[in-house]
Ligand binder design. Structure first.
Ligand SMILES: [Zn+2]
Length: 284
């Protein structure tokens, strides 16, 4: 990915070199409304005694990533406050890369990330994981080290953090793209029964919602294997189905999806959404 290095950190805010090898990636939120460029400039020109390796920007800057401190050097991002303590047995500034995600605050004071900030943070984290041989279990929140409420959107909403971690884990599973493979996998799991008709319909509209729902569903299932079955009541309401699929990050175009399912309440899109979701929910 493109990483901007125009504003290296002021040398007063970090220490050259490391006393340990890189073992962790620590995710933070900026906790102020400045963008990645503004932050990189600020840390590059002021003595503040704290730092991070990367800043991931707002939607207004297209999620641009700025490197402030070189990962070879020790940034000061997850040390404890004076008198504070560590809650993590091993993760410290000397063995961690710190990523700051830019944020906004809504009218009620809640901090949130732009979607693209999350997407770019996932992309950056995956690249660093590959580069430094770090697995998803070693990607943690600042909160996990010091109990600071950072990154607030991932501390106050545990599900959002879980989604972020799942997005990192999906790195290892290559996504099926052929309609045949997708439908075979869905049929094999008992989610769709009419595999011939389904393949035909997906192939007839290779960019259609049925194809994409099937594809994303299979990818989600394949990266979330494992949990035991349980009894849950099946959602039948279109809004419930689409809301849950959206919540899991499987569909993003909630309104369009809902409208299309409602327009054809007995159609394949509705049934794939309904049965696919049921399959996931009994394994939650
Ligand atoms: Zn933090």
């Amino acid at each position: 990915m493109d990483i901007n290095r125009d504003y290296p950190c002021d040398s007063r805010n970090y220490r050259k070199g490391r006393r340990d090898s890189i073992k962790y990636i620590v995710i933070h939120y900026v906790g102020a409304s400045g963008g990645a460029r503004d932050n990189a400039k600020y840390y590059g020109s002021s003595s503040v005694g704290t730092s991070a390796h990367f800043f991931v920007g707002h939607a207004s800057e297209n999620g641009a990533v700025y490197q402030s401190v070189d990962p070879a050097d020790c940034a000061w991002h997850c040390g404890h406050d004076p008198g504070g303590k560590y809650y993590h047995p091993e993760c410290r500034n000397d063995n961690a890369i710190g990523i700051e995600m830019c944020t906004h605050q809504n009218a009620s004071g809640t901090w949130y990330f732009d979607d693209i900030t999350v997407e770019k943070a996932v992309e950056l984290t995956k690249e660093l994981m590959a580069q430094y041989g770090i697995d998803a279990d070693h990607v943690i929140r600042h909160y996990d080290v010091t109990h600071k409420t950072c990154p607030a959107p991932f501390v106050l909403d545990a599900q959002a953090w879980e989604s972020f971690k799942n997005a990192l884990r999906s790195a290892g599973v290559e996504e099926y793209t052929a309609a045949n493979d997708i439908v075979w996998e869905l049929a094999h799991r008992g989610i769709v029964l009419d595999s011939d008709g389904m393949v035909g319909e997906m192939e007839a509209e290779p960019d259609g919602r049925l194809y994409w729902l099937g594809r994303k569903l299979v990818q989600y299932i394949r990266t979330h294997e494992g949990a035991a079955k349980q009894e849950v009541e099946e959602y039948t309401d279109v809004h419930d189905i689409v809301w849950d699929l959206n919540f899991r990050g499987i569909v993003l175009d909630m309104d369009g999806m809902e409208a299309e399912m409602k327009a054809e309440p007995d159609g394949r899109l509705y049934w794939l959404g309904r049965k696919g979701l049921q399959y996931l929910r009994v394994r939650d």
